[in-house]
Design a protein around this ligand. Structure first.
Ligand code: MN
Length: 199
């Protein structure tokens, strides 16, 4: 069974004007698809083809001779997760348990936004900023390239892709504008809350 490119949870113009359909066209239609195609090629005839992405990531993380498989598997997982973190009805604030946890973990929601944005800004080069739960605590972490907190024992709740391909067509070098607009307008708090509940 080959891995497939999951359907986007919205139309390619649903996130405009924050993320253009042109960016979605390249980011989802070319970059995300290429990770899926590369992974399938790398796993031809390999028993890992029948494993879950999560298992492939966990088993290959940190192994130099498996870097190609890890990078492509993790980028498939990271991108599918990222698309679900965005919604045209997103932004604003979470509610309930998630809001309480964020407020107590980060000294208030506004401060959380500041720290999340800062993590996205200070990830040097390509990578990801994440809100994760780790041993009952909420934390912000950043990862370089394809790395994913899942293989470090954290439970991802939200992510922001800060590879240049995520924003360059719309924002050029202005990563801060991309990050802050995305947090304010598109962050899918329902998805984050659902991730918090799933054990
Ligand atoms: Mn990307």
């Amino acid at each position: 069974m080959a891995f497939e490119l999951p359907k986007l949870p919205y139309a390619d113009n649903d996130l405009q004007p924050v993320i253009s359909s042109q960016t979605i066209g390249f980011h989802y239609g070319k970059h995300h698809k290429a990770y899926v195609d590369n992974l399938n090629k790398l796993l031809e005839g390999n028993e890992m083809m029948n494993w879950s992405l999560e298992k492939i990531m966990t088993e290959t993380a940190g192994k130099a001779d498996k870097a190609g498989i890890f990078n492509n598997a993790a980028q498939v997982w990271n991108h599918t997760f990222y698309w679900n973190c965005l919604s045209r009805n997103g932004g604003g604030k979470p509610n309930g348990t998630l809001l309480t946890k964020i407020e107590t973990s980060f000294q208030g929601f506004d401060n959380f936004k500041k720290e999340f944005s800062q993590a996205a800004m200070t990830q040097f080069g390509s990578g990801w900023a994440w809100l994760v739960e780790s041993q009952g605590q909420l934390k912000i972490v950043k990862t370089p390239n394809a790395e994913c907190p899942l293989t470090q024992g954290h439970k991802p709740l939200l992510t922001i892709d800060v590879w240049e391909h995520a924003y360059y067509l719309d924002y050029q070098n202005r990563r801060l504008d991309y990050v802050n607009t995305l947090i304010d307008k598109l962050m899918n708090w329902e998805f984050a809350a659902a991730n918090l509940i799933v054990s």
